[in-house]
Ligand binder design. Structure first.
Ligand SMILES: Cc1cc2nc3c(=O)[nH]c(=O)nc-3n(C[C@H](O)[C@H](O)[C@H](O)COP(=O)(O)OP(=O)(O)OC[C@H]3O[C@@H](n4cnc5c(N)ncnc54)[C@H](O)[C@@H]3O)c2cc1C
Length: 396
């Protein structure tokens, strides 16, 4: 077994771990970056549809959720989107604003990973020591030193940063390792759950609308998200659904306005004062794709050809409810297999927001998605990884 000593050990070479490593090595620290995958930053590579939505210009604490309500404010305030954009510009990575302040790479997500790896190598020749493909790691704390080891190697340091991320996408290496280490040192876990994830619903699949997409308003509790909704073979997806899933818990109802640009009172008036020839189809054809209109009406026993005047008040009201407040309870979500993020994780009340160090265990730090901090869709989760990684890298 090989034994090596460092100033800092970082387990997890994803977004937050790479950022922490790059920051610490610049301060002259001898850093070991350890991962069980042979390739670092796999999630970065597949993020943003291969173009990595690496930050958001409209960043702010209201885009985040955590049990410890104010925890994320300090790290996010000390490392802003402009700081990461400076880095992106320094490495001449071409990028653009797609929509709603979301910045994406023009070419490929790999540009962001390359940038981070370059930041880990200093011009002086100093560099972060990288140990990838390290399986079955365990941690112990022996006389003021952390020992991270498996059957081949033992890494020792007084500081240990846990950057092993959340549970989403086990297929590319996500694991609960960080959560287990947190528990080992007495930390509390906020129950992890998949978020930024499609809903499953048999009721929805019965509409037979797979592949159709609509701009809609999705309401969960008091939160309303207006963006595209996509019908899938299992239920619903699209940005509005992924965003709404962050506020959803099993058993909660979801209400959808399929025609958010239409004023309900105006449509109601046309339903109740329409001429003798008006059909639901003629009144709604401009508002909804034909297939959707047919399926929605069919589900309440009507057709687009049906003359409005021939229907009862109750039926017309049913159409309005269907269009403006379609309400269903998702059967569930597509789970960690498909989720873009994990809500829950290490309880933030037990972590110092100025350093990311544990309040319970000296020299132990947590960064990124392993913590109970979740950003909304749109570059906020990477911004959290950059910010928390930087704060820890400056503190160790
Ligand atoms: C499909 C998809 C697309 C996404 N797109 C975006 C986007 O465009 N913009 C955005 O802001 N966010 C996006 N996200 C979310 C974002 O990728 C994460 O929030 C972010 O990567 C979290 O960074 P992290 O460093 O905490 O964890 P990760 O990046 O997940 O890194 C964790 C690292 O720890 C390693 N690890 C795990 N377990 C062990 C173990 N037992 N032993 C050793 N190493 C271990 C992993 O191999 C990995 O390298 C996306 C997520 C997914 C799944």
């Amino acid at each position: 077994m090989s034994e090596m000593s460092f100033d800092v050990l970082i387990v997890g070479a994803g977004a937050a771990g790479l950022m922490a490593a790059a920051t610490a090595v610049k301060r002259g620290q001898k850093v070991a970056l350890i991962d069980h995958n042979k390739v670092p930053g796999k999630k970065i590579l597949i993020s943003g549809g291969g173009r990595c939505n690496f930050t958001n210009l409209h960043e702010g604490p209201h885009f985040y959720q955590s049990n410890g309500k104010n925890f994320f404010k300090k790290p996010l305030a000390s490392y802003r989107p402009k700081h990461f954009i400076e880095l992106v510009k320094k490495h001449r990575v071409p990028f653009y604003e797609k929509t709603l302040g979301q910045l994406f790479c023009k070419k490929s997500s790999s540009n962001i990973l390359e940038l981070l790896l370059k930041e880990c190598n200093l011009e002086t020749g100093e560099s972060v020591y990288k140990f990838f493909g390290q399986k079955n790691l365990s941690v112990s704390y022996v006389e003021g030193f952390y020992e991270v080891k498996n059957e081949h190697s033992l890494f020792r340091a007084q500081k240990l940063i846990i950057a092993t991320g959340g549970l989403s996408l086990p297929s590319i290496g996500a694991s609960d390792w960080g959560h287990r280490v947190a528990k080992q040192f007495g930390h509390t876990l906020v129950e992890p759950r998949p978020v930024l994830v499609p809903f499953t619903s048999l009721t929805i699949t019965k509409l037979n609308l797979r592949g159709q997409s609509l701009k809609a308003s999705v309401k969960v509790g008091k939160k309303v998200v207006s963006e595209d909704v996509l019908f899938t073979h299992k239920g619903l997806s699209g940005p509005a659904i992924l965003k709404a899933s962050l506020f959803w818990k099993a058993g909660d109802k979801v209400s959808i306005n399929w025609i958010p640009e239409v004023i309900e009172d105006e449509l109601k008036q046309s339903f109740f004062q329409s001429g003798t020839q008006a059909t639901f189809g003629s009144l709604l054809k401009e508002r909804l794709p034909k297939k959707c209109l047919e399926a929605f009406l069919k589900s309440i026993g009507l057709t687009p050809n049906r003359k409005v005047i021939e229907t009862s008040k109750k039926e017309r009201q049913k159409v309005l409810e269907m269009l403006f407040r379609y309400t269903f309870t998702p059967d569930g979500t597509e789970g960690f297999r498909k989720a873009e993020a994990t809500a829950g994780g290490v309880e933030t009340k037990e972590i110092c927001p100025h350093t990311m160090e544990s309040h319970l265990q000296k020299g132990l730090y947590f960064v990124g998605e392993v913590l109970d901090v979740t950003g909304q869709l749109g570059g906020h989760n990477f911004q959290w990884a950059w910010a928390s990684g930087t704060v820890a890298g400056q503190s160790v």
